[in-house]
Design a protein around this ligand. Structure first.
Ligand code: NAD
Ligand code: ADE
Length: 438
């Protein structure tokens, strides 16, 4: 069993300094770390995590380690890993498996090492770790799992799953996958949907991705957003955040939606709303945020303007059909770390960012630490909750307990120096009464 698998140990000093900077922006997680180092709620608990490996993940790992956990971490995306962070974490005793630019085989082998540690808690961003564990336990063979079979050889998966206390999931797409597993009655242990907590979903998804997706596009292209004809596909938590921020930067924004309620909200927020077949004809910049497959595809590429930029902010690289792009192109050219030009038969050029992977993490650094402060505090407190309730929770997708959700929001406000109003006793009575009226 490899102790770690990273790109370059000599980057550790830079990684340590950048994690230290993130710590200054994550007061809630630092407070939890302080409590964890006194109480040791995770003593002796092996945590297997499959997350984007950023400075913020570094701060989370330090908090979990302070709580007494033994940590095994792999990347949740082949392009999102920050190699200086992996080097710093390895020096601190975290078993890290991940580097920027993994092949599919390397990605799954890294996942294999985390599975081979036989984790007692799984922590996912996108559900690849938990999905692999379930497939292995149910004896389902796939090409991806063939990549790691020698690493996990000899493991008794029934016994291993019996030893798993629970899991947590960071993102919408992961929660969708887990709910599908639970619906089929096949989910083998309780999993907390961190994504669905209000102090995550209302901040990380719209505000975090809203800013960092534009950061990724700007870093990759240095394009001017003011005056741009921008098309956002999906007006959910993430897409609405992106659309509002694009407008704030002066872009002319069109929204594409399939849900009538979300579409109506976009209309009443003042956006132009159209089907993709129309938006494809005029957009300069397209950003997908649906968690869905092939939302931009051949029929749309066929009518796009020369020079259109294509970026994805959703979890997987399936939203923009790369297969269709490849098929209708005569050639492609990598013009920078983040831009691939597809040259179509009629000479038009379409620019795909980050190979269709999440642009905020592949072309920038992901969400600002201030937002990850809340998401990762929820992760840390959910791990503690799972341990405290070991054996008592149902094998289902569970909400973060409301007290934890509210505690994270309260700690964040406190750290920001913001005081809020308190209900009077009279108001509390009034708000819980059905007898009072006109
Ligand atoms: P959501 O469910 O709130 O929103 C998705 C929206 O897309 C919905 O309104 C849905 O109706 C719409 N949609 C689905 N198919 C569509 C189609 N074919 N055309 C147009 N609209 C369509 O989900 P969310 O929380 O906004 O997450 C969206 C994606 O972003 C997920 O994959 C999630 O995992 C990912 N995510 C990424 C980051 C990041 O850092 N890049 C952060 C959080 C979430
Ligand atoms: N997901 C989105 N932004 C992130 C970040 N900065 N760190 C870890 N995961 C993320």
């Amino acid at each position: 069993m490899k102790e770690y698998w990273i790109k370059d140990s000599s980057l550790a000093d830079r990684g340590r300094k950048r994690i230290a900077w993130s710590e200054t922006q994550m007061p809630v997680l630092m407070e939890i770390r302080k409590r964890f180092s006194e109480e040791k709620p995770l003593k002796g608990v092996r945590i297997g995590a499959c997350l984007h490996i950023t400075t913020d993940t570094g701060v989370l790992m330090r908090a979990l380690a302070a709580g007494g956990a033994e940590l095994y971490l792999c990347a949740s995306n082949p392009l999102s890993t920050q190699d200086d962070v992996t080097a710093a974490l390895v020096e601190e005793g975290v078993h890290v498996y991940g580097f920027r630019g993994q092949t599919e085989e390397e990605y799954y082998r890294c996942l294999g090492y985390v599975i081979a540690s036989e984790p007692m808690i799984t922590m996912d961003d996108g559900a690849d770790l938990i999905s692999a564990i379930h497939k292995l336990r149910y004896g389902i063979r796939t090409k991806e799992l063939d990549y790691l079979k020698d690493i996990v050889e000899g493991i008794d998966f029934e016994k291993m799953v019996d030893g798993i206390i629970g899991g947590s999931e960071e993102t919408t797409t992961g929660v969708i996958r887990l709910k599908a597993l639970a619906r089929e009655g096949k989910l083998l242990y309780p999993v907390i949907a961190v994504n669905d907590a209000e102090s995550k979903r209302l901040f990380d998804n719209p505000i975090g991705t809203g800013q960092s997706a534009l950061d990724g596009i700007i870093r990759a292209t240095n394009t001017l957003l003011a005056g741009r004809d921008a098309v956002v596909v999906g007006f959910g938590n993430v897409g609405s955040g992106i659309a509002h921020r694009l407008r704030g930067m002066g872009a002319r924004v069109t929204v594409v939606e399939v849900d009538p309620i979300k579409a109506l909200k976009a209309v009443m927020d003042g956006f132009n709303v159209e089907p993709m077949s129309k938006a494809a004809r005029h957009g300069d910049l397209f950003i997908t945020a649906t968690g869905d497959i092939n939302v931009i595809r051949r029929e749309h590429f066929e009518v796009m303007k020369d020079g259109a930029i294509l970026a994805n902010a959703g979890h997987f690289n399936v939203e923009i059909s790369i297969k269709d792009l490849e098929e209708i192109s005569t050639r492609k050219e990598r013009i920078s770390d983040c831009i691939t030009t597809y040259i179509l038969r009629d000479g038009r050029r379409l620019y795909l960012l980050a190979e269709g992977r999440l642009v905020n993490l592949a072309c920038a650094e992901g969400h600002p630490s201030e937002v990850m402060d809340m998401s990762f505090s929820l992760q840390a407190l959910s791990a503690k909750y799972l341990v405290e309730n070991r054996g008592k929770l149902p094998r289902d997708v569970l909400m973060v307990p409301a007290e934890i959700d509210r505690e994270v929001a309260s700690l964040k406000l406190k750290a920001m120096g913001i005081e809020i109003e308190k209900l009077t006793d009279e108001q509390r009575r009034y708000l819980s009464s059905w007898t009072l009226g006109t």
